[in-house]
Design a protein around this ligand. Sequence first.
Ligand code: AKG
Ligand code: FE2
Length: 212
Amino acid sequence: MQTELFPLDDTRLLPDGAKMLRAFGQPYLADIKTALDDVLVQAPTRHMITPGGHKMSVAMTNCGDFGWVSGPSGYAYLDRDPLTGRHWPNMPEVFMALALDAAARAGYPLFTPDACLINLYVPGTRLSLHQDKNERDFDHPIVSVSLGLPATFEIGGLKRSDPVQLVPMRHGDVLVWGGPSRLAFHGVRTIRKGIHPEYGAQRLNLTFRRSQ
Ligand SMILES: O=C(O)CCC(=O)C(=O)O
Ligand SMILES: [Fe+2]
């Protein structure tokens, strides 16, 4: 028998303001896949360059009014895709519906996202510990939807050196962090090999943000 071993799966221990909504995305998943395929044709994922000059192992793109980008001169939210010169693809209705539904369930009924960052992970890739702090108004939470291969998400405190909690994230899970946890350091541990029935050897993550 194969078991997935996660050191900590008690999401009641998440920091104040953070909430795990297990399988909350389930009713939306079929429509999300269709809409996501279309977004990825219009704005393909790409490996952005960090301000330090390194190529990120996670491939990224965006949809919505604004998109998060990283380059040699820093991080920014832009209303156009630098790769194509066109506006980012519209945020699909089903994306918005899930984001609003999840935010409300987690206690953030006023959330109005204007950006959705799409991260593509293949086995062997990870996202190191960071804060999401390029947004203007930290009163809005981050709503994060996991698709495809499972991952171990790590979330700590407001200091990089604070201890982290390991949170398994599976296809359809939604994690929301806001309020006192809005600037918590977080990251994604190295994705393990596997094949997901719908997404193959990939994990996709959608983070909904209010950027402006
Ligand atoms: O992939 C994830 O679960 C988190 C993504 C994330 O933290 C980010 O893109 O800023
Ligand atoms: Fe993040």
